[in-house]
Each structure stands twice: as C-alpha cells, then as structure tokens.
Write a protein that binds this ligand. Structure first.
Ligand SMILES: Cc1cc2nc3c(=O)[nH]c(=O)nc-3n(C[C@H](O)[C@H](O)[C@H](O)COP(=O)(O)OP(=O)(O)OC[C@H]3O[C@@H](n4cnc5c(N)ncnc54)[C@H](O)[C@@H]3O)c2cc1C
Length: 585
C-alpha cells in the first residue's frame, strides 16, 4: 500500500503530463468533475471498460468528503465522513478494493449511550450498550425494560425485511419515465430492463405487510419507536439514525426512511454493521483511485473546473483553472461529481440557455439544509466515562470502539436540540452528539497512547443568529461541545492536544458541499428515486437535459453516504453511450 503522500505525487505525475501537451486541447472519451469517492468510482469503471478518462479535483487530494487528513501534526483524521457501511458490495468486489489494501475494522459493540446521573431512573442504570451479540443486547436493554429486550430482535428483523425492498433499487438507475411513456418503441423496450429492480422490490414487498411499508415511509420515527419500545435511552439511541445528517427530528414525518438508509449497508456479511477503514476514510477513496489509475485513468488534483462547456445542447468538454490560466479539455461525456446546484448553477456559463425555467426552478428548490457541525479532536488520552469508568488509566474498553451517543438519554433532548435550531435559528445548549474514536482499533491514526476523537454534532444552523459563525459564536459552540463531553468524561478538556471545527459553511467551502449538506441534498422522500435530484422528468438520474452531461455524485440516485452507487450508475450509462461494453454484473 502506498502512503498518502506517495499516492498524491502519483496523481500529480499525470498533471505534469497534461501541462506538456499544451499546444493541443487535451481530449478524452469522458472527464469527471470532482474526485470524490463517487467520481473516482465512475472513473475506475469507465477506464476498466476501455475508455480514456480523466478526473479533475479542485482540492490538493482526492476523496471529497471521504478523506484522511493530518489536521494536527501526528494525528490523521477521517476529516468529514468517519464510518463505512453503505459502500455497495459489488464495488468492493468488482474493483477488488480488499486486494488494494482496503481493510475495515468492524466495531463491536457498535453503540454506547451513557446516562447522566440526574437522568438515571435507577441507581446502576448508567448506560446502554448495543452490538452484534443477541445475548448482550438482551441483557443491556433488559436493564431498562424486559418488554423492549424481547422486541429488539424482532424490530431488527422488521427493518431488515424493509431494507430488502429498497436494496434492489440501489444498484440500478430509476425508471426513465420520459422514455418509458413517451419514447420511441426501441426506447420503450430498453426501459423495460429498468423495471427489473422494481420487480425484485415488489417480490420483497410480498414478505412484508403493505401497511408496515407505508408506516415506515410516511411516519415520524418517534411514532414507530413508541409502538415497539418503552425505554427512553433505547428509543433515543435508535432515533439518532433517523435524523443523522438531516434537518429533521424524530417527530418529522418521513424520518423513518433515513432510519432505513442507515441500516441498509453491512460489513463482512453482518447486516447494518459499520466499521472504521484502516487509515481513515481516505483509504476507501485512495483504493478506488488506485484502481482507476491502474486501469489507465488520469487524476489531476489542484485542478478546479471553471466551466462545463456546452454547444447546441451537447457537452463539448470542460475548462479548468491551472496556474492562473484557463485550459480547455475536450470530451463528449462529462460526469459531474459536484452537487446538482454547483453543476448547473455555477459550472454552466448560462444555465438559462440550456435548461427550461421549470427545471432551473426545481434545481434552485433542492433542499440543501444542513444541521451538521463536525469537530475533530486530537487527545493525549482516552475519554474516561463516569458512567463506566476505566479501571486501568487510558486502557481502551469495548465502549470506546463504538459510536458514543451524548445528550441522547431521551427523545425530548433530540426534539429540543432540533427545535432550537428551527425556531430560534440557534443551537441548543444540549446538542445531539455522536463521538467515535477510530484510533482505538486503528493505531495508524495517532501516536502511541494518543487518539483521534471525531465528534459529529447537530443541530447547527448555516447562519446562526445573531451574527453567523463569527469568532465568538465558533468559540461558544466549540466550548459547548467540549463542556458536554467533559460532563460525561471528566478530564476530556485537559486531554485536548489540538482540534478543528467544521460548521455548515466550512463544509461548503472546504468540501464543496452546497449548504454544508452531507448528502448533496437532503435524503427526504421528496428528493429520492424519481425525484433525485429533482422531480423533473428530463432529469432522470443520472441523465440531464444536456446531452453528454451526467450526474455522478450523491445528488443523483440513490443518494448520499459513502456508497459509490451514483458513480457506478453514471459510469454504466457513460459506457453504454460510448459504445463500449459493460462487463460487470
Ligand atoms: C461531516 C460529514 C460526516 C459524514 N459521515 C459519514 C459517514 O460516517 N458515513 C457515510 O457513509 N457517509 C458520511 N457522510 C456523507 C458522505 O461522506 C458523502 O455523502 C459522500 O462522501 C459524498 O460523496 P461524493 O463522491 O458524492 O461527493 P463528494 O465527496 O462531495 O465529492 C465531490 C468532489 O467534487 C469536488 N468538486 C466540486 N466542485 C468542483 C469543481 N468545480 N472542480 C473540481 N472539483 C470539484 C469536491 O472538491 C469534492 O472532492 C458524511 C459527510 C460529512 C460532510
């Protein structure tokens, strides 16, 4: 395995190659705007299918929101995304990512919810831990409610059967209604094959009650959980999966779908399991990038795309910025890994010349609200939780490898955290926190005995009152997070060696995530399947109204998370358009 520094210079070698051919406009079969994991996935599949491909990434490294960066000297952070589960299994196998050194540490236990003393209903009820073991889950949940301990396994099976319905839809483009209903005979015939995943989904539907499906898709998570369970810490812990990354609370109708989105993956054959990629999330992107380069793709970092060039409603290529100059690159296919908003509103010179007004209006209307602020801490010892204290100082306990849920003792806390953001355009004094410490399982991330602590928090508005994210507000929020962790794990503040905080505007400016939204647009029901990125028929994902322009990022079907599917699906269409054969399943 190359180290990150070496890999970056390998990508730069391609960059010099491009500089030396400056007399002619470089020409490719397809170019990819943005080197996020989806853009790299698209490049790898196209290159493996025999196409001449190049990726242009604006940052100094590839990976987008799936990167590892050394923010504090000696400490390597999964700077944005931090746990893996959703990556489609066929991408793992078709791109042979394990052979390229991608190793993922499965966490068990997977979740730990400490309970502050004042919220304990009985002495000794200090925390809830969940994991792979049925017996442990029964025992842990049984501390709070024997009814819940019986129901939990059934609930997991129930979610599993609902996921079986959605699963076939994740690896196929949604039905193109324009072609299916109004296309030529051959277009109609070809769109029949798009019906096959729908049939598979229908077959899975037969195993589930229709009313359960309707309930899961339309209900607030709180309503669903209230039917199944009675204990507060269990409900609140499960509810976090329904609102993570979403400006939604457990009582938002439709939040149940986000719950499914977070259990639809798996690792090493364990359904719904999440893990830490060795070397951080950048290892996922680097393994995919390596595969693309090995198959012949060229990857250029520090190469912002200025424009996607269009003549007569067809793309002709892109213009990139290089050393203060603009360079035109020709290609009949452009795959955009940038958000739909950036792709259409920032990169097309005159969007109104290429897109009907109603389509433009719909693109402008995509919901990019983000509740997320991420804090990455370098610490010189492990947090020691008052609820389950360490017997040996700085020794990793099983709880340290899990997602640690703070301010998550009951549903009201989550509701209040959300309400402050919406009604007061501010953050709650008790923000919802998910903390992970991947260095417990992966010693390559921090110096011996020291750790990286990744804190995913919400709900933080993009532009908090009274004065946005000015220095004072930043300081206030960072201190609030540190104080919260300190209240559960005394000594945390003193252990901090360095940190960074990424508010929604920071996520937008650093990673190019419109509005700071971690999924390139909310994963709400109105923005999924036929309606992702918009419900305009001329935008059947991954297609666009502009010939040769395809969407290859999380803003396309099936959406966000480190899944790779949008990139793979865009590549599949590109390979077909280029007249090459798709040799994958
Ligand atoms: C804080 C945070 C935590 C998250 N946690 C998780 C998690 O634990 N697990 C999980 O599965 N998902 C998580 N996510 C979501 C997940 O990371 C993203 O949905 C996913 O990585 C997006 O991948 P992508 O390839 O579609 O786009 P991106 O990763 O956004 O990549 C797009 C790329 O395009 C580049 N680009 C944009 N414009 C241009 C231009 N003009 N020229 C050149 N390049 C350009 C950008 O720089 C970027 O590199 C998290 C996201 C965030 C922000």
């Amino acid at each position: 395995m190359l180290r990150l520094g070496n890999r970056r210079s390998a990508f730069r070698k391609c960059f010099r190659h491009l500089s030396s051919s400056s007399h002619h406009e470089p020409q490719y079969d397809a170019v990819v705007v943005g080197g996020g994991h989806n853009g790299l996935t698209a490049a790898a599949y196209m290159a493996k299918s025999g196409m001449k491909v190049a990726v242009f990434e604006r940052r100094y490294l590839v990976g987008g929101a799936a990167v590892t960066e050394e923010i504090v000297p000696g400490f390597r952070f999964s700077r944005a995304s931090y746990v893996l589960s959703l990556l489609r299994p066929q991408i793992m196998s078709e791109l042979k990512l394990a052979d390229r050194g991608l190793k993922v540490h499965l966490r068990d236990p997977s979740s730990y919810t400490p309970i502050r003393e004042e919220l304990r209903t009985r002495p000794g009820l200090t925390s809830l831990t969940l994991g792979q073991s049925t017996e442990m889950n029964r025992m842990e949940i049984g501390k709070f409610s024997s009814r819940d301990s019986e129901a939990y396994e059934k609930f997991e099976d129930h979610l599993g059967s609902l996921v079986d319905i959605i699963n076939p839809l994740l690896d196929h483009a949604p039905l193109d209604l324009n072609k299916f209903l109004q296309g030529s005979l051959s277009e109609k015939c070809s769109s029949f094959k798009e019906l096959s995943p729908l049939w598979q989904a229908m077959k899975a539907v037969r195993k589930v009650d229709l009313e359960d499906i309707q309930e899961m898709i339309t209900s607030p998570t709180s309503k669903i959980l209230d039917v199944w369970f009675e204990s507060d810490p269990l409900k609140a812990t499960l509810a976090t999966d329904a609102c993570i990354g979403a400006m939604a609370s457990p009582s938002t109708p439709g939040s149940g779908y986000v719950l499914l989105h977070h259990v639809m993956g798996g690792l090493n054959g364990v359904r719904g399991a999440w893990g830490y990629p060795e070397g951080g999330m950048g290892s996922v992107s680097n393994a995919i990038g390596d595969c693309a380069v090995e198959a012949g793709a060229q990857i250029f970092t520090d190469s912002p795309v200025e424009s996607i060039d269009v003549t007569n409603q067809s793309v002709t290529g892109i213009t990139i910025q290089r050393g203060g100059e603009s360079l035109k690159i020709k290609a009949p296919l452009v795959l955009s890994n940038a958000t739909p908003k950036v792709t259409f509103c920032n990169l097309l010179a005159k969007p109104q010349d290429h897109l009907p007004q109603d389509v433009l209006d719909r693109i402008e209307g995509i919901d990019y609200t983000s509740p997320v602020t991420k804090l990455n801490f370098a610490v010189n010892r492990l947090p020691n939780f008052e609820a389950d204290p360490n017997q040996v100082p700085n020794e990793a306990l099983p709880l340290h490898q899990s997602t640690i849920h703070l301010n998550c003792e009951n549903m009201s806390l989550l509701e209040d955290a959300y309400a402050s953001s919406v009604s007061k355009q501010s953050f709650s004094a008790l923000p919802m926190i998910e903390m992970t410490i991947p260095s417990v399982l992966d010693s390559s991330l921090a110096p011996p005995g020291q750790h990286v602590c990744l804190v995913f928090s919400q709900y933080t508005p993009y532009d908090p009152l009274p004065s946005g994210w000015d220095a004072k507000t930043r300081d206030l929020y960072a201190n609030l997070i540190v104080d919260t962790i300190e209240s559960y794990a005394p000594g945390f503040r003193a252990s901090i060696v360095g940190y960074e905080m990424l508010t929604p505007p920071d996520l937008e400016s650093i990673f190019g995530l419109t509005g700071g939204n971690i999924f390139h647009g909310s994963m709400s029901l109105d923005q999924l399947y036929l309606s992702r990125p918009t419900s305009s028929r001329s935008m059947a994902s991954p297609g666009t109204p502009i010939q040769g322009l395809l969407l290859a990022g999380s803003g396309a079907h099936p959406g966000g998370g480190v899944m790779g599917s949008p990139g793979r699906l865009a590549a599949k269409t590109a390979v077909e358009v280029a007249g090459k054969s798709w040799t994958f399943a």
